[in-house]
Design a protein around this ligand. Structure first.
Ligand SMILES: [Zn+2]
Length: 147
């Protein structure tokens, strides 16, 4: 499947919608220095149009871990749950930072399933977050206020 063409206008709309944070792990591209990708929230089916409503910005590791999945098991219950949708759901309703800001914790079944499926607490990312915490760059104030 070839990559869809995403116009500059649509890319700008997505930046306005999503900001600089990965929709899943909330890593800030301005800290990592690695531009976020544009991902299809629901995997693209051949010939389906690429529309703003089904697009969000995510880091490459989250995008790759998600792959074509739309659901995963909640590790607590084993129940198959829809993955978190950054377009239609609120991050803070499904996720929270742990006390030192290095780990994402699931508040809901969907949150826990998404953490497991996308490996939102990847060891390398956790190590990076700990460094960001030490210099006061992470978590963001807005993330803490809603926790
Ligand atoms: Zn991510």
């Amino acid at each position: 499947m070839s990559r869809p063409y995403i116009s500059t206008e649509l890319q700008e709309q997505l930046l306005a919608d999503a900001g600089h944070l990965c929709g899943y792990c909330h890593s800030d591209e301005r800290l990592s220095g690695i531009s976020l990708s544009i991902e299809h929230i629901i995997p693209r089916i051949a010939n389906d149009p690429t529309e703003r409503e089904n697009l969000w910005r995510s880091c490459r590791p989250c995008n790759e871990q998600k792959g074509g999945r739309i659901a995963a098991a909640d590790p607590e219950t084993g129940e198959l749950m829809p993955l978190y949708n950054p377009r239609t759901q609120q991050w803070h309703e499904h996720f929270a930072w742990n006390i030192d800001g290095s780990l994402i914790e699931g508040r809901t079944s969907t949150g826990r399933a998404t953490i497991a499926a996308l490996q939102l607490n990847r060891p390398m990312l956790v190590a990076t977050r700990r460094r960001w915490v030490r210099v006061g760059w992470h978590p963001l104030e807005e993330d803490l206020e809603r926790s």
